[in-house]
Design a protein. Structure first.
Length: 105
């Protein structure tokens, strides 16, 4: 169980980007991957997620969707197994979590 925020994902974006696209000592999947990496690094250790989204060109590296209501929210709690292929993992927003607790009364 852990809390995942858009700002937290944004802070990890540069290192995760490099892990994904820098392999065998070279940048993979196009010349823009290195350019984007240095844009992410230039944003510093605590970048605003909007700046990260702009550097990458989409929200997929910072978004935090709730798996119950499918809303894009700033914070979710991750429940279940660590995310992996076919893992049982759910990311839930606070309103849905409170609703779930109400159901469990
Ligand atoms: Zn929700």
């Amino acid at each position: 169980m852990k809390v995942i925020t858009r700002e937290g994902r944004a802070a990890n974006a540069a290192s995760e980007w490099k892990q994904t696209y820098f392999r065998n000592w070279e940048w993979q999947y196009g010349n823009d991957k290195e350019v984007i990496y240095y844009k992410l690094v230039a944003l510093g250790c605590h970048p605003n997620y909007k700046d990260v989204d702009e550097a990458i060109g989409n929200t997929s590296w910072t978004n935090t969707y709730c798996n119950e209501c499918n809303e894009s929210v700033l914070k979710v709690i991750q429940l279940g197994e660590e995310p992996d292929y076919e893992s049982s993992t759910a990311r839930i927003c606070k309103p849905c979590l409170l609703k779930a607790m109400e159901e469990m009364k």
